[in-house]
Design a protein around this ligand. Structure first.
Ligand SMILES: [Zn+2]
Ligand SMILES: [Zn+2]
Length: 100
């Protein structure tokens, strides 16, 4: 499942252009923007891919921590995902602790 960051229309994983507003979902999906924000955040040293409970094996295998410079951060939706309602994985930043 992809969610458009502009109009919040939800589409299937294979859709790359929002049928509602024409946004390029490779850039303007909620997950793509979340990843971009994490990459730009100097306090985030890594990206954590979170698969929801009950996600398909492909998503569960993708779950984990990926360092920004590892070059192996998976794109969402996960390729080969077989979740019944599409990939619902999301990105979360792994923030560096900042002392007082
Ligand atoms: Zn849209
Ligand atoms: Zn899946």
């Amino acid at each position: 499942m992809r969610e458009c960051a502009r109009c919040h229309a939800k589409t299937d994983d294979h859709v790359v252009v929002c049928p509602h507003c024409g946004a390029d979902l490779k850039v303007d999906s909620v997950t793509a923007r979340a990843l971009k924000a994490i990459m730009k955040n100097p306090r985030a040293q890594a990206v954590y891919v979170v698969a929801r409970a009950g996600a398909c094996p492909v998503c569960r295998r993708a779950q984990g921590t990926y360092y920004k410079d590892s070059g192996s951060i998976p794109r969402l939706p996960i390729e080969g995902c077989s979740c019944p309602d599409g990939c619902t994985c999301r990105y979360e930043p792994l923030l560096t602790e900042v002392g007082p």
